[in-house]
Design a binder for this molecule. Sequence first.
Ligand SMILES: Cc1cc2nc3c(=O)[nH]c(=O)nc-3n(C[C@H](O)[C@H](O)[C@H](O)COP(=O)(O)O)c2cc1C
Length: 331
Amino acid sequence: MILTLGPLSISPPLFLAPLAGYTNLPFRLLLRERGGLGLCTTDLVNARSLLEQHPKALELIRTAPDDHPLAVQLYGAKPEELRDAAVWLEQQGYNAVDINMGCPVRKVCRTGSGSALLDNIAAAQRLVSVVVNAVRIPVTCKVRLGTPELARALDDAGAAGITVHGRTRQQGFAGNVNLAGIRALAQAVRRIPVIGNGDITTPQDAKRMLDETGCAGIAIGRGAFYNPWIFQQTARYLATGETLPEPDFEQRVAFMARHLDRMIELYGEFHACRQFRKVALAYIKPFGPVTEFRRRVVQLESRSEFSEILDAYRQWREPRLKSSSAAANPR
Ligand SMILES: Cc1cc2nc3c(=O)[nH]c(=O)nc-3n(C[C@H](O)[C@H](O)[C@H](O)COP(=O)(O)O)c2cc1C
């Protein structure tokens, strides 16, 4: 299966959805190693901060030779700022630009960007056409549910693809993803691929998203932490119908530990351990009982402490596994 975003061919059509603060360069590299991942997108980054070369903005777009294809996700309300940021990103060799139109955070919406654009079709369309006319790399958009008119307008403006998170802005992250709503949006768009997103945690979920919505691809965010093998498994499942074995607890823990190790290499032990406190919590859903791990990891200070936490957690977890029905993968 191949999905085309303008000049870019993505195969398989499986995307990593950005989770700001989580889907960082080390995570992306580790996921790409497993295979099955078509395209990654950076955290959302303010277009003006990028143009002003703020160190924090540059950190958000940090990449490496193995980290491609990569889209940088921009937010902003001023077309000229987004245009100039996109031109600069193209010069730097990034493969695509994604414009955020889904973020409900007040700091972002207040300026007329993020999900504020969902209500302002004319502004969103102008923004996209100004950026599209300035670069050759594909310009995609990330939107929320219930916006078929907007989607059509973005298609007309020259967007190369649209990712839709299947919840409305009002829903935030509550309630279920609405596949019928995603389908309505996909049908409204005439020319370009639509990528369905939301609550995909198994290869079967991915197939259901594709089958029931008619989307050309899917994007997975939180599910990539619940199961870092999900892209590999989904690619295989879509191609052959084969279900690969689930990773066991120790494989998941080893992946998580490598994530921390790579973060330490990149950011130094002090900063990496602090950032990893919340990142570690993104992994724990399939671990079964986690109280003890959670209690200690949120105060993580060093790599050696992480090993101690894991050893203590294994001992704490073992007897509790037997009595816990919450363990999705109790090996
Ligand atoms: C902590 C967190 C951070 C997120 N950051 C971004 C972001 O920077 N840009 C964006 O477009 N979406 C962001 N999202 C939304 C996700 O990309 C995705 O649309 C949503 O989580 C639903 O997909 P999932 O169920 O596969 O996680 C974020 C979501 C979470 C939970």
